[in-house]
Design a protein around this ligand. Sequence first.
Ligand code: SF4
Ligand code: SF4
Length: 345
Amino acid sequence: MRDFYLYFKLYPRLLNTSVIKNGLSYIWARKTTFPLTINFLITSKCNFKCKMCSFYGSGQPETPDLSTPEIIKFIKTISSYKPIIHIGGGEPFMRKDIYQIITEIKKLGMPLLITTNGYLLDTAKIKKLDVDYIIFSLYGPPQVHNEITGITDAYEIALKKIKALPKERVIVSTTVMLENVDYLEEFIKTILEHGIRKIKVENLNYITPQEYENHPSEINGYILKPTTLITPSFSHSQVQKLWKRIGKLKTRYRGKFFLKPDLDKKGFFNWYLGRETNISCNFIRHSIFIDSDGAIIPCQFLKDCKLGNITRDDVKYVWRSQNFEKFRELIDRLNLPVCRRCCKS
Ligand code: SF4
Ligand code: SF4
């Protein structure tokens, strides 16, 4: 319930009858007839090499991308359910056909979010396409962002694009990490001074090296190898400082600053100290991921857990299948390390 509240406060333009119906069905029965959000990792390619990225940070190989006709066909088959489409990657604007894909999604009346580093985005083209929200990933003030992404002018280019787009369609998203933690106030203040209306701050998704070592790789045929950042936890004094910082920012920028997940003090300390958390996964009961090769996966942190493929399977069937239901029950039971610090939970 709390995740929905946050979601729609951040993205009010996404509400349509189908989304409301599906959302209510989830709140009442903890299930939906069709995914509320389809998170489409439309390419595995990226022009950046961010330090904390689970694609490049863990040195994962690029998977082959779907062709334009395969994507258009898929979009048409799901359009009658009017799910929210969230396009991500890799970097979506690495695809030459991205504007064609966006045009098709909007023509079929589906709400659309795109997450991007902004570098290759063509603002003139995007402005014509009625994308509901463009989410720019920025990780700190210029020197910090450029250092984290490994691109010397990444911040400057993204900011130029942000300024050229309608303010009500832009969200800035950042992730808390050791490299930017001391610059959060400066970064958020500057971003909001540029007229950006909402900033989403995600707690770092990570798994400790020890958790990774002990993580089950397969249970009952489900591949559970974590595809998230592997890194040591924060020290107690770092967490204490961060908790105070976040508290001040939440108060100062109420209505503009959104922490995800919005943890209480105990949950926050457990999260960053690498302890067990009592988080349960709601995400896999209302939303789904499609990987760049068409694989239907529960989320981007369990990318090897393939439950079907859109080139041969009907998403609606996979979504309601016994196979997926058993997987959800397994996740409820296990409290897997990969789920302990998951921003989707
Ligand atoms: S821009 Fe995104 S996908 Fe690309 S390296 Fe950075 S975090 Fe990873
Ligand atoms: S809590 Fe676990 S299963 Fe759920 S989205 Fe996160 S990593 Fe995936």
